[in-house]
Design a protein around this ligand. Structure first.
Ligand code: SF4
Length: 61
C-alpha cells in the first residue's frame, strides 16, 4: 500500500498523531507520508489516519 498526502492538507497533525510510523509534519509544515510502501505492520493505523483526516487529503493506493 502506498500513501500520499494531497495539497488539501490543512496541517492539523491528526495523521501524525494516529500513525507517526508513516506520517509527519515536514519542515515546510505540511504532512507527508515519509515511508512508502507503507510497512505492513502500519497498514491499519495508516487507514485509520486516512479515515480521520478532516479534509480527506490522504490517498491510499
Ligand atoms: S490529517 Fe489530513 S489535514 Fe491533518 S495533517 Fe494529516 S493529511 Fe493534513
Amino acid at each position: 500500500m502506498f500513501a500520499t498526502v494531497t495539497s488539501d492538507c490543512m496541517k492539523c497533525g491528526a495523521c501524525e498523531t494516529i500513525c507517526p510510523q508513516v506520517f509527519r509534519i515536514n519542515s515546510y509544515e505540511i504532512a507527508e507520508a515519509y515511508i512508502n510502501p507503507v510497512p505492513q505492520a502500519a497498514e491499519e493505523s495508516t487507514k485509520e489516519a486516512a479515515k480521520n483526516c478532516p479534509v480527506a487529503a490522504i490517498i491510499l493506493e
